[in-house]
Design a protein around this ligand. Sequence first.
Ligand code: PLP
Length: 401
Amino acid sequence: MINKMITVPDSRGHFGPYGGRFVPETLMPALIELEKAYNSYKRDGDFKRQLSELQKDFIGRPTPLYHAKNLSMNLGGPKIYLKREDLCHTGAHKINNALAQALLAKKMGKTRLIAETGAGQHGVATATGASLTGLECEIYMGAEDVRRQALNVFRMKLLGATVNEVSTGSRTLKDAINEALRDWTTNVKNTHYVMGTVFGPHPYPVMVRDFQSVIGREARKQILKAEKRLPDCLVACVGGGSNSIGLFHAFLKDNIKMIGVEAGGKGIKSGKHASRFAGGSLGVFQGCKSFLLQNRDGNVLGTHSVSAGLDYASVGPEHCYLRDMKKISYTYATDQEALKSFEMLSKTEGIIPALESAHAIAEAVKLSGTMKKNSIIIVNLSGRGDKDVQEVAAIKGIKLK
Ligand SMILES: *Cc1c(COP(=O)(O)O)cnc(C)c1O
């Protein structure tokens, strides 16, 4: 068995020392039920067919792999390709996962979806999946986020979801997760909890990864067709880690440089960032053992990023493992660098990226100076920037209306 593949996670969801299931006893039956259902439906012909039809006709897959010639030429470096997840229905990769989990919940006989959301992107994706599959939907959102993200709250309501404002604690994402978990504990029989990224207790990290791996499977085929060879480097931003692992996973057996880009915020020294690998340490948070921004007493630290989707204190456990294995390296881009790339891509290519994705573009800009002209980079453009234009205008001191 010389060539035996490393099998992760193990049967209890451990990626080496990371991952696992750190939840109250009352949630264990629900997680085990979900794990069993997922393991069975992922091999089910009907489920696979329905999911692949929805990916095509509802989400709009396969998304294009676009050679950004203007950007590449401007930077004077390698060929940069963009995997266009920004063209997915609802504007980002999140729908790949939310829709698949909605379909799975329907198959499991659940009648109700719940989810938490920070900026509202995952809430909108879940509400979309619920209305498509005819499931009830309740979204938990911190009162502070409800105020800041009024437009997404209205979107969720239009889609038929109930939005529950959470007024405890810091009135943000953390508190919304706690409330959603409380709901799940009470209503496990008819309710599925839709996790938005490769985080939380087993089987979520592996299941969400599998649902997002369609990104990399497509990109692999597309680059082989366009260039007759594999790329030299893959780049993606890392919040919880789902769009990045979604791109990287199909390339893990190849010898390709892969770079995950975290939110550097106002710089690591300032303490105002969300770079778990630059400033974090091993800890347990919201069901999972992983790298975590915490103080010496184990209290979770506040985070900051100009992009809400990267602004989280922990990161998916498989990323920690792949970093230990030296398969993926991690870096960060600051708010300033991301904002600069946001404008650069808009001007050179006519594509306004999500601020999250602009972090990945910022890394491609840095790499351009170090790589040969005939080398190839694929950047995952995880989402479109429509949701961010108001925020960017405000930062630039531009008054709209
Ligand atoms: C939520 C979000 C992210 C971050 O989440 P991951 O799980 O790390 O992918 C990145 N980009 C966009 C556009 C998002 O909406």
